[in-house]
Design a protein around this ligand. Structure first.
Ligand code: ADP
Ligand code: MG
Length: 379
């Protein structure tokens, strides 16, 4: 059974340190107002059709203000997707915003942070394992993967030595393992029996990311990181080999600010091109999806959009966290994040429970039953 699921957008305001916030959230908890005439540094609004316009207002599905705890972020952005994933429905949460706006803090927290400040990924892991433990009639297998996309190349963060990573498309989404249109060939997917196993993979991946960034001179604000939890479930008794599969993508995108090409050379220029392209292609996909008349969606223009094909307009419940900096020097970037967020809110996905059949499992079950019957008959 398929159902329509609108992409949800939750704004999260990053606390300001020494400067006063230059935007306000209205009492409905959904509307953000930006007033350029009040920005103390004299920054002007961008040239819009209405040149006089100084005030901008954006309505999102939810806005979490500066005081929101990490636990609140989990319950607002992730709790429903975790429940859906355990029912066999794919999910994606992605954090979008300029560098420094709080994407990594939202998605991962930091290994060095105290327990209460852990981000969405460790909380999702903890909740999934808790829910599995409370449901012994279902045999659940959890695997995780951790992919980095940098300058249009794919890197396996759990096993950095993996080679030949490519994005694959299965002909029929319903027949693929994860019930999704895309998967990454050669990406390691270790089995995790406990919450600790999965957290180890997360921390190992984050460490590998830092090591590789130093070694290859990569700028980590320019890469996209995708931690995926792959879930496979079957009944412990009496089923016919049906397996319910789903995956949850937790995405920390590169900073959304445009990288200036002027004055950059060599590697930096190449990087500026890639990063600008990758996020422009994401925007192009979002624009195409928000235009009901468009039939061709240009997913294949970049690795990121190809990978996220399911998450935007496909078989996935999706939430975007728009990470917002509230200080005057960043108002232009904030405006562009919020414009993007409003477009994303127009996207609808069609989700379904992914059921596959495992004939080997079914035959094993039948063989076991025959053995039991033989024993009963004393043959
Ligand atoms: P991004 O990943 O978007 O570049 P970060 O998540 O690294 O940004 O955040 C930049 C800095 O701000 C980090 O030091 C982070 O710990 C801090 N920070 C971000 N959001 C919050 C928050 N909600 N509460 C406290 N500190 C935050
Ligand atoms: Mg970051």
């Amino acid at each position: 059974m398929a159902g329509v699921s609108k992409v949800r957008v939750v704004g999260r305001l990053r606390p300001t340190v020494n400067l006063a916030p230059q935007l306000r959230v209205l009492g409905d908890g959904k509307t953000i107002d930006i007033d350029f005439s009040k920005s103390g540094d004299g920054s002007r609004p961008p040239k819009t059709v209405d040149h006089q316009k100084k005030q901008f207002s954006f309505v999102l599905d939810d806005v979490l203000d500066m005081s929101a705890s990490q636990e609140q972020v989990y319950s607002t952005c992730a709790a429903d997707l975790v429940d859906a994933a355990l029912e066999g429905i794919n999910g994606t949460i992605f954090a979008y915003g300029m560098t420094g706006a709080g994407k990594t803090y939202t998605m991962s927290g930091s290994p060095s942070l105290s327990f209460g400040r852990r981000g969405l990924i460790p909380r999702v892991i903890q909740n999934i394992f808790q829910k599995i433990a409370s449901n012994p009639s279902t045999i659940t297998t959890i695997r995780v993967s951790f992919l980095e996309i940098y300058n249009e190349k794919l890197y396996d963060l759990i096993r950095p030595e993996s080679k030949g990573l490519t994005i694959h498309e299965s002909g029929d989404p319903s027949s693929s393992d994860s019930g999704s249109a895309t998967s990454v060939k050669n990406l390691s997917m270790p089995l995790c029996q406990t919450e600790h196993d999965a957290l180890d993979c997360l921390f190992q991946g984050e460490t590998n990311r830092v090591i590789a960034a130093h070694r290859l001179n990569k700028n980590s604000t320019r890469s996209h990181c995708i931690f995926t939890i792959h879930i496979s479930q079957r009944q412990s008794v009496g089923d016919r080999g049906d397996v319910i599969v789903s995956k949850l993508n937790l995405v920390d995108l590169a900073g959304s600010e445009r990288v200036s090409k002027t004055g950059s050379e060599g590697v930096i220029l190449k990087e500026a091109n890639y990063i600008n392209k990758s996020l422009s292609f994401l925007e192009q996909v979002v624009v195409a999806l928000s235009d009901a008349k468009r039939t061709h969606i240009p997913y294949r223009q970049s690795k990121l959009t190809h990978f996220l094909q399911d998450s935007l307009g496909g078989n996935s419940k999706t939430t975007m966290v728009a990470n917002i900096s509230c200080i005057a020097p960043h108002l232009h970037e904030t405006l562009s994040t919020l414009r993007f967020a409003e477009r994303v809110m127009t996207i609808s996905n069609v989700v379904k429970v992914n059921v596959t059949h495992d004939p080997v499992l079914y035959i094993k079950r039948l063989e076991k039953q025959i053995e039991e019957l033989k024993m009963e008959l004393d043959l």
